[in-house]
Design a protein around this ligand. Structure first.
Ligand code: C5P
Length: 233
């Protein structure tokens, strides 16, 4: 099940498809994350186009609204045939349940649904000062993960540094999808809670989400292969 998901954070369809062209000779098409930037720029057609090229898709729109709105939005997304999508756990258990309901198609199938615990760009200090959450990062993310599990979700997005504690609390089959990945010795950019692909594997992540270390690499295919070697094989 372990896999590397490439965050296709591009400003338009043309750049995204041109980037993915580089992977056309790869034996297995990479799992691709479409986030807000690309989705808002290119709309649902980009999801269909990338899907038609044989990629699995994680649609990372981080829904966070009142339960009724999230349910109806999730119903629209269920028609897009993505493989994974997400909500913010901060939206409450009721909102997560509504998302799950909306996402489930009449035949009972649905994409994987995971919840964002705390963004990997948020430090414990900022969480406590800005969000007034007076608990540790580890306690907060494990609690949000437990809420997601209670709502029936498949897993969470979290820092690899929290994945082990979340697995202990929610069970080994509860998926951890972990961004904040950097190769040893590379710049952190705006990420705070980061680790290498190899370490993410040791800790027990199921999926790593890798953006700039692949998209901004001189040789993106080689950087992707390096992630696969460290994390999957
Ligand atoms: O370029 P980089 O590897 O930092 O990209 C990480 C990707 O994962 C971005 O698309 C970002 O939106 C996403 N993400 C994150 N932290 C979360 C959830 C999603 O960095 N908690």
């Amino acid at each position: 099940m372990r896999d590397v998901i490439i965050a296709c954070d591009f400003a338009g369809a043309e750049q995204a498809l041109e980037f993915l062209d580089k992977f056309k000779d790869c034996p297995q098409k990479p799992f691709v994350k479409i986030g807000m930037e690309l989705y808002y720029a290119a709309g649902p057609q980009i999801v269909r186009d990338i899907k038609a090229r044989g990629h699995k898709i994680f649609l990372d729109l981080k829904m966070h609204d009142i339960p009724n709105t999230v349910k109806k939005t999730a119903r629209v997304l269920s028609n897009l045939e993505v493989d994974m999508t997400n909500v913010h756990a901060a939206g409450t258990i009721e909102m997560m349940r509504a998302a799950l309901e909306g996402l489930t198609r009449p035949d009972g199938t649905r994409p994987l649904l995971i919840a964002v615990t705390q963004l990997t760009s948020t430090s414990e200090e900022r969480m406590q000062k800005d969000l007034l959450i007076n608990a540790s990062m580890e306690e907060t993310t494990a609690h949000y993960a437990a809420n997601a599990r209670e709502a029936g979700l498949d897993g969470v997005v979290c820092s690899p540094l929290e994945a082990a504690a979340i697995k202990r609390r929610c069970g080994a089959d509860f998926l951890t999808v972990t961004p904040g990945i950097r190769f040893a010795g590379a710049a952190a950019d705006d990420q705070v809670r980061i680790t290498t692909p190899a370490r993410a594997r040791e800790i027990g992540s199921d999926f790593i989400v890798v953006g700039r270390p692949i998209t901004a690499a001189e040789d993106p295919v080689a950087a992707y292969q390096k992630c696969l070697e460290e994390f999957v094989y």
